[in-house]
Design a protein around this ligand. Structure first.
Ligand SMILES: [Zn+2]
Length: 176
């Protein structure tokens, strides 16, 4: 399993619902955690490993501690009951190395999803957990955090993005 980097097209695609949760899915989710820990991330969405399904893994502890491990399958945001509160904080993405920038996200939200055991669950998330959920859910809809940056920050990221685009073209060139 390898990390897929910007601008691979799979990162811009809307991922499909995951219909069945079997051993293969459980094995892949485990591999995603291992890859995420190696890359020092707090969240990883299936499209980031070239798997276009609605699944992501999160561990907001930022270290390989299984007590913080969460798997969200076919996740959804429930309507927030109170007034919507947004918070701006810096984000990065394992698929876009070298780019960081400030993104506004809801500070808290109620979500629902299916777990690896096939059971539906609902959770109230706040702060980092809420932010990671929104960043990863965006991945399932083909949205990258760079599209949510301010114009200034997007301009600052431009050089790094150009470099990643060039590396992608070189990787994709047919070998003979
Ligand atoms: Zn990301």
């Amino acid at each position: 399993m390898e990390l897929v980097l910007y601008p691979e097209p799979v990162l811009r695609r809307r991922a499909s619902l995951l219909e069945a949760i079997d051993d293969e899915v459980r094995r892949k989710a485990r591999e995603m955690f291992d890859l995420m820990y190696r890359e020092k991330g707090v969240g990883l969405a299936a499209p980031q490993v070239g798997w276009s399904v609605r699944l992501f893994v999160v561990n907001a502890l930022g270290e390989p501690d299984s007590s913080g491990e969460r798997v969200y399958i076919n996740p959804e945001v429930e309507a927030s009951p109170g007034p919507v509160e947004e918070e701006v904080a810096e984000e990065g993405c394992l698929s876009i190395p070298g780019v960081r920038g400030k993104v506004a996200r809801y500070r808290g939200l109620a979500v629902r999803a299916i777990g690896l055991d096939g059971q539906a669950f609902r959770e109230d998330l706040v702060d980092l957990e809420a932010r990671v959920f929104q960043h990863e859910l965006d991945h399932l809809d083909g949205i990258l955090f760079i599209t949510r940056l301010s114009t200034t920050e997007r301009m600052l990221a431009g050089k790094t993005l150009k470099k990643l685009e060039k590396e992608f073209r070189e990787r994709s060139r047919p070998t003979r």
